[in-house]
Design a protein around this ligand. Sequence first.
Ligand code: ZN
Length: 285
Amino acid sequence: MKVLMIGAHQDDNEFRCGGFAHKLVQKGHEVKFLSMCNGCGGHHILTPAETTATRAKESAAVAELLGVTYDVWDDQPDCALVADLVTRRRLIRYIRRFSPDLIIAHRPNDYHADHRASGQLVMDASYMLIVPHECPDVPAMKTMPVIMYNEDRFRDPDFRADLVLDVDDELDIKMKIADLNVSQVYEWLPYTKDETSGELPKDEAERFEWLKGLDTNREYSDEEINALTRGYAVRYAKTAARFRKELIETYGEEKGSKIRYAEAFQVCEYGTPLSAEMRDVIMSL
Ligand SMILES: [Zn+2]
């Protein structure tokens, strides 16, 4: 399969579907990440140009670790992505050139305007991908890809988990990915969440443990996980707790009740429906 994961920013794909990406690559599937924005807005001390350069290096390291190709629209500033016709046509051409079987995108209801616009752009592009007279300079695709949304926590309307993946074996790689996004996870995001840098351990190994937010050697109940408030292992554990019912339906009671970390996806009704064959390929990763 060819899979295109489209985030508004560098780190959106990493945190939301990095485990899925790594599973795909390990089984010989081709995965491409697109960040529609250049990262320039994501820092409180670095200048926008410095932030863009820093984020480019961090994303290159992620791409190497995961074995994905990674594109950034480096002329598209953060906080300024708009679902307009020019950007839609740019995206139509971009998707057609790669011709993915599956696209992973943001849901178009989300707190961040760039996320909303990114999700909207994917939806707006979806049908046009097969319309030959739209953007005729790049050959139209014969069929639309399957499109799935990454999980988010917005409730109006609620996210529906059509596919929930066990990523227990991917926790180490997901934590390494987070750790590589130094300017985000140790600098910018703590700033936005008012976690003062004074709380961050200086030592790199201790900092990495802090990043997890839980003790990976300890077993937690779903209630305990839901009570935790910070950390990337916590974030992935909360997905497993949130969709415990779906995990048990998918993997059976014995395995599904024990899965600790998960990624979840909702099928977008504007793409090609998710076939039983593709679901089987994904679930056998
Ligand atoms: Zn983002």
